[in-house]
Ligand binder design. Structure first.
Ligand SMILES: [Zn+2]
Length: 282
């Protein structure tokens, strides 16, 4: 399969384009969220695009608001289970700063979603801060992290964190059709004695990956958030439930126009000739 990222006009957001289906387009918005279990999928008029979260996370993390994602498959490539290959491909071609000021969703009032022991909320605050707490069976246990995307580098702190799974669950998940070729190449595989394909990239790689997923799922709000997100034992379903709440409760936020600082790693690009990032997966 082949996936390409193409430049898009200011204000167009992120749009997936299925090149295997007459270039059918599916905008990455909460309206198109289809089903959410172990990954997030979008659907429009019956056309699916699945496992969107790692790419959307990389785009938000790199400060990219507008892009066309061409793909000839219904599922995005899992790559190494993190967002790092996306970040590297984007950095390799560079980012163009557009003239129009960025629109953000500035949170004005708290919004909270609770389901049993799972919780997610968003609160007013400057920048885009995320606090995440996970609790999983051993060897993970409880992990917490807090990141401020305004001051910390997504590329070095979050992008490389890989998805993970328990070896004990593998057969069950496979029977449910939920794992298509999960392996030590594209996930941390947890056995009884810890990761079977160590060493970890961060001591708290698990919670960092949940932050990565959260950023990707909240991208479906359509614009970058300005506020503080708190998540406890959440997952894709809770993340997208918060997006749905945001979309429903229009009085809880306002569209703010903020000047975009040039990303530190971006390269200036000539106005003639676009460049594109090409990613090939198996
Ligand atoms: Zn993930």
């Amino acid at each position: 399969m082949t996936m390409r990222l193409l430049p898009a006009a200011a204000g167009s957001g992120v749009v997936f384009r299925r090149t295997d289906l007459d270039n059918f387009e599916i905008p990455a918005t909460g309206r198109n969220v289809a089903k959410v279990s172990y990954a997030t999928s979008l659907m429009r008029q019956g056309v699916l695009i699945s496992t969107t979260e790692h790419l959307l996370s990389a785009l938000i993390g790199m400060g990219i608001d507008n892009v066309i994602v061409e793909i000839d498959n219904l599922e995005l490539p899992i790559l190494d289970g993190s967002a790092l290959p996306y970040v590297e491909a984007i950095l390799a071609v560079g980012i163009r700063q557009q003239r129009r000021r960025r629109e953000t969703i500035r949170v004005l009032q708290p919004l909270e979603v609770r389901e049993g022991e799972k919780f997610i909320g968003v609160y007013p605050g400057s920048g885009y801060r995320i606090s995440y707490t996970i609790e999983f069976p051993a060897p993970i246990g409880v992990q917490k992290t807090c990141i401020d995307l305004a001051t910390e580098t997504y590329g070095s702190e979050i992008a490389a964190a890989r998805t993970f799974g328990y070896k004990a669950d593998e057969r069950k998940l496979r029977d449910m059709g939920l794992i298509r070729g999960a392996s030590t190449e594209n996930a941390i595989v947890l056995g009884a004695n810890g990761p079977e394909n160590g060493p970890l990239r961060f001591p708290d790689e698990y919670v960092r990956h949940k932050v990565l997923d959260l950023i990707g799922d909240l991208a479906l709000a359509g614009r970058r958030l300005e506020g503080h997100v708190v998540a406890v034992r959440a997952g894709h379903a809770m993340h997208t439930a918060l997006v749905a709440r945001l979309m429903k409760d229009r009085s809880a936020w306002e569209l703010a126009h903020v000047p975009v600082e040039a990303p530190a790693e971006s390269q200036p690009e000539a106005d003639s000739g676009y460049s594109e990032a090409a990613l090939a997966g198996a």
